[in-house]
Design a protein around this ligand. Sequence first.
Ligand SMILES: *Cc1c(COP(=O)(O)O)cnc(C)c1O
Length: 349
Amino acid sequence: MYPQSNTASQHAIVADFRSDTVTRPGATLRKVMHDAEVGDDVFHDDPAVNRLEAFAADMLGFESALFAPSGTQTNLIGLLTHCQRGDEYLVGQEAHTYRYEGGGAAVLGSIQPQPILNQPDGTLALADIAAAIKPDDYHFARSRLLALENTIGGRVLPMSYLAEVEALARQRRLSLHLDGARLFNASVKLGVPAAEIAGHFDSVSICLSKGLGAPVGSLLLGSRDFIGEARRWRKMLGGGMRQAGILAAAGEYVLRHHVERLSEDHYHAERLAEGLGSLSGLQVTPPQTNIVFVRVPPAVAEAFASHLLQHGILITGTTLQRWVTHLDVDRSQVDAAIRIARQFFESRA
Ligand SMILES: *Cc1c(COP(=O)(O)O)cnc(C)c1O
C-alpha cells in the first residue's frame, strides 16, 4: 500500500497526511534559498553545498558527506560504493532500499539482495542475519554488507540492538549501511544524538526532504575515502548538480532548525492515533514517531477512504491506512481530521 497514493484532488485540502515529503518551503526557507551563495558543485565550487556537507559530517560524526538529489540515490550510491558486481547485501524484507527503490542495487549494481524477515519491531533477528551470511565459497555471492533502516515504518530500532548488530557485523566482516531517511525522528524520540545512532554504521543516508522539510535533497555520509569513491558513482548516476547551493542552503537550514521540532510531529501522531483509535472498528497501532497505521474493516474501507478524500483529508491506503504527520500539519488540522473521521462512523451508526 505504500507506493500508491491518492493524488491531490479537486477537493479543498484540509490536511495532507500522505507523506512527510509533501511539505512546501515557507517564506523563511525561500529567503534562505534566494540568498544562497552558489558555484558549480561538480567542480566542488559551490560554497553552500560544501558548507552543508561539512556541517552534516560534523553533526553525524563522519569525515565526509555527499549531497545528492534523493534518498533513493544516496542509498544506491552507498550500495554501489560498498559492493562490487556479484556481491550481496543483507537487507530487511520491508526495507525501502529493497522494496521501494525499483530494485536499483540489482539492476544498476549487479548486487544481489538477500532479504531477511523484519521482526514486528522492525529489527532483523541476529540469528537470521548470521544464518544468511554465506561461507567464502565460489558457489555463493559474497556477503558484503548489512543494510538497516531507522526509523522503519515509523519504528525506532533500540540502541542495544544497534550495538549487538554492529558486533555481529564486525565479527563476520560485513560493512554496515543505514538508510536513515528518518534518522532524526529516531534520535528525537530516543533523546539520543543522531551521531550516536550513526556511529554504529560505516555509511548513513539521510533525507532532508522528509520530516525536516527541505524541498529537495539527501546526504550520504562516510569516511573520506568512501565518499571520494561515492562521488564518482554520483556523477555516473547523473546526480552531479551544478548550482545546487540553492537546495543545499535549505538543507543546512533545516538541519539547524527543524530537528528538535520533530517532537511536535510525534505528538500530533499520538493525538491522531488516540482520536482514530476511539472510533469503532478502527485498529490503530500506537505510533512511535510520525507514522500512524490504521487497519480499517474491509466492509467500510473504500467508503471511509472516499469520505476522507471528499472532506479534504489526504492519506494513503484503504484497509491499511498510513497517516504521516509533518511540518505542514498543525494541531487544528489533526483535530479536524479526527472530527471528519468520526462523522463517517456516526453517520452510519
Ligand atoms: C523516502 C525514503 C527513501 C528515499 O528517499 P527519496 O528522496 O524519496 O528517494 C529511502 N528510505 C526511506 C526509509 C524513505 O522513507
